[in-house]
Write a protein that binds this ligand. Structure first.
Ligand SMILES: [Zn+2]
Length: 136
């Protein structure tokens, strides 16, 4: 997966837990109400993402210090949170503890609410099932 697509997916999880992206140290915040539409990202989320990629150096995630531009640098990678396996950006040296959307949620993982997720690509899923069957 391309690096920008990983950061985009991370943001989708971030927004689904009601956390925003802050622009220009607080002159505006972005938080789409709807992140997914069926199997794809919603138009509202795509619009936010456009604003973010146009000025990634002045956008940062609420409660964190890194800008989106920094997360797009090669020294950052998207891994799974050790606690709940949501995607989380990690610097190759050490880990920012506040970066996972689950940080500061005391009751997490929470099985009572729908889990945040990325868009499902049914086509890709079908291909992988077909490939598995063909191997047998
Ligand atoms: Zn987590």
């Amino acid at each position: 997966m391309a690096k920008t697509a990983e950061v985009k997916k991370y943001l989708a999880y971030w927004f689904q837990l009601g956390k925003s992206v802050v622009i220009n140290n607080g002159t505006a915040t972005l938080l789409p109400r709807k992140v997914l539409a069926g199997d794809e990202y919603s138009a509202e989320f795509e619009e936010c993402w456009q604003k973010i990629v146009e000025a990634p150096n002045i956008c940062h995630l609420e409660g964190t210090h890194e800008t989106i531009a920094q997360l797009l640098q090669p020294e950052w990678g998207i891994q799974s949170c050790a606690r709940c396996s949501m995607p989380v950006p990690m610097r190759h040296v050490g880990m920012p503890s506040t970066a996972c959307p689950c940080f500061d949620l005391e009751t997490w993982p929470n099985m009572e609410i729908p889990a945040p997720r990325g868009p499902v690509n049914s086509q890709e899923k079908l291909f992988s099932i077909r490939n598995r069957l063909m191997k047998n």
